[in-house]
Design a protein around this ligand. Structure first.
Ligand SMILES: CC(C)(COP(=O)(O)OP(=O)(O)OC[C@H]1O[C@@H](n2cnc3c(N)ncnc32)[C@H](O)[C@@H]1OP(=O)(O)O)[C@@H](O)C(=O)NCCC(=O)NCCS
Length: 171
């Protein structure tokens, strides 16, 4: 299959200067999609608290950057559960700016997050995906994630119930 990936995408760790772009991309998804079940938009300051917690925990927040466009997507690994027995399991998040989707950027970010998880000695990565998010389900399956469970009608957003599908990648 032809490689659709834009050659000029650079994946790198986020810095504090990226937080406005990260918040803007996430807030668009909060407003317009059920990809996240957050309902209130984030501020740059609330994203700073989140980013600093990742830095302290040694967990990655990555951005995808394109020349002339700046940050066009971001992804992160977060603790799946704060109890210490869960420390080798992380949850991934992945968001691409709306006008940049469908070009392979999400895939590049997810590949980078998987590489980071391996480098950190993690054993498993979990994605909690809205049951209607076919693009994300497909992307994660393409990279080896398998369905581990479905919570039916666990979320309420945009006046309807949503299933949560848990996909897992064992490293
Ligand atoms: C999900 C998301 C991160 C994927 O990133 P992306 O850059 O758009 O995805 P890619 O271009 O890397 O494509 C990944 C796969 O999805 C497919 N895909 C992408 N856009 C698609 C679309 N609009 N319709 C159908 N399939 C699509 C691609 O064909 C590709 O599959 P393939 O490798 O089998 O060809 C991005 O669409 C997004 O930010 N969506 C809103 C937020 C979200 O859903 N985040 C995930 C929360 S779990």
């Amino acid at each position: 299959m032809a490689d659709r990936r834009p050659a000029d995408v650079r994946i790198r760790p986020a810095t504090g200067a990226d937080l406005p772009a990260i918040a803007a991309i996430y807030n668009h998804a909060i407003r317009h999609t059920a990809a996240t079940w957050d309902l209130e938009e984030e501020t740059v300051e609330s994203r700073r608290v989140w980013w600093e917690a990742h830095c302290r925990a040694g967990l990655p927040v990555l951005v995808a950057e394109r020349p002339g466009l700046g940050v066009v997507g971001w992804g992160s690994l977060s603790p799946f559960n704060p109890k210490p027995g869960w420390r080798f399991t992380v949850e991934n998040s992945l968001y691409v700016a709306p006008d940049q989707r469908g070009q392979g950027i999400g895939r590049r970010l997810l590949e980078a997050l998987i590489a980071e998880a391996r480098a950190l000695g993690m054993h498993s990565v979990i994605a909690a995906i809205d049951g209607g998010n076919e693009v994300s389900l497909r992307l994660h399956r393409r990279l080896g994630f398998v369905e581990a469970g479905r919570l039916r009608e666990a979320g309420w957003k945009f006046d309807q119930w949503h299933d949560a599908v848990y996909l897992q990648l064992l490293l």
